[in-house]
Design a protein around this ligand. Structure first.
Ligand SMILES: [Zn+2]
Length: 232
């Protein structure tokens, strides 16, 4: 990442609000200088900026803005979610469901939930409706909490849950069949064409490329701005 962009992102970062003084090659450029340079660079690269913020800072507003952009371009909320996942190199929603169920923690919680379910069934047979409903709610709570926790972990780390990111199977030591030895979960772009057809898949690919292209334009323009400010 370019230094000037890093400075700009730190301006927006909740923790990083430039507590450290700006130093290095950048003689006495102020916070406003960086914001000014970023604004100029972002003018014709709005989605590029959103992408950088979403990618580096996991900024919720930028994520919503990108979803809105993709939805208006592709005309489908579901396709927009897929485009965002591909852009951010995250598993697609459909993949995520499968990944969560192969997560060892989810597996453990699923077993705990089924024990609670057995107790619920017994209460039901005994005619204890209140207890049945209480246990049913407990079991659903266990499953949804486990699902949320595993999904959040997979999305944050991008790590294959099966091999914990090692790319190797724990006991056998050979290549992990889930991630083919990469240790990562990557978006499966083929799911898009299977679900929506080739035309949508290509449109999505073009849009994602455009956003990535915008981000690199933004970085280039911002670097130039910062250099000019230093000279001037
Ligand atoms: Zn793996």
């Amino acid at each position: 990442m370019s230094y000037s962009l890093e400075m700009a992102l730190r301006l927006f970062s909740p923790k990083g609000a430039l507590h450290e003084p700006i130093s290095g090659n950048f003689n006495a450029l102020s916070r406003d200088d960086f914001i000014g340079a970023l604004q100029i660079a972002a003018k014709s690269n709005e989605q590029g900026l959103q992408y950088l913020m979403a990618d580096h800072l996991v900024d919720p507003q930028s994520i919503v803005a990108l979803l809105t952009f993709f939805e208006s371009e592709l005309g489908s909320e579901e396709a927009a979610g897929m485009a965002l996942a591909i852009l951010l190199r995250r598993p697609l929603p459909e993949q995520l469901d499968r990944l969560v169920s192969s997560h060892p923690y989810f597996d453990k919680e699923r077993r705990r939930a089924s024990v609670v379910m057995e107790r619920a069934k017994r209460a039901h047979r005994a005619g204890n409706d209140h207890e049945y409903r209480r246990l049913l709610a407990e079991r659903n709570g266990i499953l949804s909490a486990a699902r949320d926790r595993c999904a959040a972990e997979i999305l944050q780390t991008g790590r294959c849950p099966q091999c914990k990111g090692t790319g190797r199977r724990l006991r056998l030591g050979d290549e992990c069949p889930k991630c083919h030895g990469t240790g990562r979960v990557v978006p499966d772009a083929e799911l898009v064409s299977r679900r929506f057809g080739m035309a949508m898949s290509e449109a999505m690919e073009r849009l994602v490329d455009e956003v990535i292209h915008q981000a690199s334009d933004l970085v280039r323009i911002m670097d130039r701005q910062v250099r000019e400010m230093q000279v001037g």
